[in-house]
Design a protein around this ligand. Structure first.
Ligand SMILES: *Cc1c(COP(=O)(O)O)cnc(C)c1O
Length: 243
């Protein structure tokens, strides 16, 4: 049931509007096929490398949540879009020297994979702000050199994050190894879902309600396996310029 779609070319605001409407339709169909309520997963628009004008075009369709990977680029766009009530998610690689600005300028961080980073984010989150929402990134296929904790290390990491006062541990995130095979895609997502279930059993008081998984090419598989937040870039904004 893998759905094929034509990767949109980067373009005008009207094409962004068309594409986001199409992605929402894909999401609804996938939820329906999975027997899930239409409001049980939300769309994060991944706007890395896209200009502020592209974010405005997506906002015009009602999109409020945006994901960014590169801190300086994100901060510049946040400045330009201060007039909009947007919710910003940091989904990029996170080094220690970047944690302060991420803690102050984002509502969510999806890429926490070690205690040191979590501790810094908690220490640097301002007391006047709501707790920062955190997903722990898991290296589901155990790929060397790839970000993310192992399944084995997850309970201990979750336990230490739960003790940090200015963080709210919301769930897990993964970027599985790319595969065109639907069953292979599902297997990785299923493993993440099962890992979240184990954490929910172990920490019943924790606000663990989020599975951040599924991108433009594997949204359907992720939804079948319980994704509550899909991170979609190119299917909305078109192919990214190659750096
Ligand atoms: C770029 C990116 C996405 C979006 O990927 P697409 O294939 O363009 O939908 C999702 N998640 C993360 C972490 C990314 O870096």
């Amino acid at each position: 049931m893998t759905e094929h779609y034509n990767r949109p070319s980067a373009g005008t605001s009207s094409t962004i509007e068309d594409h986001i409407v199409r992605v929402r339709h894909r999401l609804e169909q996938a939820l329906d096929a999975a027997g899930r309520p239409v409001d049980s997963a939300r769309l994060l628009a991944v706007s890395k490398t896209q200009p502020a004008s592209a974010i405005r075009a997506a906002y015009a369709t009602g999109q409020l949540a945006f994901g960014e990977n590169y801190l300086q680029e994100a901060l510049e766009k946040q400045q330009m879009l201060q007039d909009l009530p947007l919710e910003w998610h940091f989904i990029g690689a996170l080094q220690s020297n970047k944690t302060r600005e991420v803690a102050e300028h984002f509502e969510w961080v999806h890429t926490v994979d070690r205690e040191k980073i979590a501790r810094r984010l908690s220490d640097q989150r301002l007391g006047t702000q709501q707790p920062l929402n955190i997903c722990l990134q898991v290296n589901v296929n155990d790929e060397s050199g790839k970000a993310g904790t192992t399944f084995e290390a997850l309970p201990a990491l979750a336990e230490s994050v739960l003790e940090l006062p200015n963080l709210s541990l919301r769930g897990l995130m993964a970027i599985p190894a790319a595969s065109k095979d639907h069953e292979t895609q599902r297997l990785a997502f299923r493993q993440l879902r099962e890992a979240l279930s184990r954490l929910q059993e172990r920490f019943p008081e924790a606000p663990l309600d989020t599975l951040s998984m599924g991108m433009s090419n594997d949204l359907e598989a992720a939804i079948l396996e319980g994704a509550t937040l899909v991170r979609i870039g190119s299917a909305i904004f078109g192919a990214r310029p190659t750096p």
